[in-house]
Design a binder for this molecule. Sequence first.
Ligand code: PGA
Length: 234
Amino acid sequence: MKVIAGNWKMNGTRTGLTDMVAALQNVETENKIILCVPYTMLGVESNRIYMGAQDVSTHDHGAYTGEVSAQMVAATGAKYVIVGHSERRQYHNETNDIVRQKVTAALSAGLTPIVCVGETMDEKQAGKTMEIIESGVKESIPNDTNKNIIVAYEPRWAIGAGLTPTKEEIAEAHKLIADTLMSMGLSGTPILYGASVKGSNAAEIMSIPNVDGVLVGGASLKPDDFIPIITSVK
Ligand code: PGA
């Protein structure tokens, strides 16, 4: 069983989500399907797909105009939330420290955070990939975390770019994440790979050791692109 998570980013409509739910209804799979959609689409029901948000506030409630709390997300029936996606880190200056506070908020509301880590092209070229991944995991996940967490490795230079690291690079990154999680008492935590996953590369990526699933952006928006990823592995 693999975890196939979609990240719609700021795309789609509620009607489009209803169509996706209908399209996935009869797809034969034992994989766990998660769709992380804009807040306004949460509440669409499905007995097949787990819904998730793409961010949460560090705060519970209060005078924080425009923010949405983890409790509010949980109240829609959503079970997951992406935290620390590279676009949040890049465009909203989210640091590991902020991400950790969001993970705490998500966990206390009963949501499973999907915590993203990954290196930029500059960091890759400077030979810092492993350092960024390890500090991303250690600093973005609170010490007292239970096991209700997912980690996603997303090389930032490969997102939406049609680029993917080599199998060896993915294997090395996922091994480091697995070892780091083990040192934190979190062995068994699912580790997803994300960045330019599509039907044609999903099975190969998910055959790499320590890759427990994928986090899919662009190719999760349409059933014709998403279903081949879901059915590419058992
Ligand atoms: P992509 O996005 O699949 O479009 O590269 C992945 C992500 O940002 O989660």
